[in-house]
Design a protein. Structure first.
Length: 151
């Protein structure tokens, strides 16, 4: 499975525009947050705020569309390991490399549970092997979502 970013599936959402750093540091589907008033790629669980809906710009201050992550919003994301039905209902940590956001599926509650896997992507079948897709939501308590006031 080729790497992919996060894709919106269903649930509450808020789309807004926020200013870019102008450094081309993220692409569509990456997790982003505000640092010093500008969007930048997330590199840790406590920096999760939104999903970029377009690529970063080379011009500082360019407004970039983002989907603010909200409780209950479901996303499709690639898995960085073999997926199976036993992963459903259990959270796993995210990887944050720009252009290859992924969740590591778990079978027990042992890791930092940033993303709760609710189901395997039906297009992949019951067991997908490495790099399959999963559908789930962010664990609001574990992520420390970096919310901002959006007007």
């Amino acid at each position: 499975m080729a790497t992919m970013g996060l894709e919106y599936v269903e649930g509450p959402y808020c789309v807004t525009e926020l200013p870019s750093t102008g450094s081309n540091n993220f692409i569509k589907g990456d997790l982003v947050y505000l640092a010093s008033g500008y969007l930048t790629v997330s590199t840790a669980y406590n920096q999760i705020m939104a999903v970029a809906l377009e690529n970063d710009s080379a011009v500082a201050g360019t407004m970039i569309s983002v989907l603010i992550i909200m409780p209950g919003t479901k996303f499709r994301v690639a898995a960085s390991a073999t997926t199976a039905q036993t992963n459903c209902g259990i959270g796993g940590p995210m990887t944050y490399t720009s252009g290859s956001v992924a969740v590591t599926p778990e079978t027990s509650h042992t890791s930092h549970e940033e993303f709760i896997v609710e189901q395997l992507d039906p297009r992949d079948g019951a067991t997908t092997g490495a790099g399959g897709r999963v559908i789930g939501r962010f664990n609001i308590l574990s992520c420390g979502l970096a919310y901002v006031a959006v007007t």
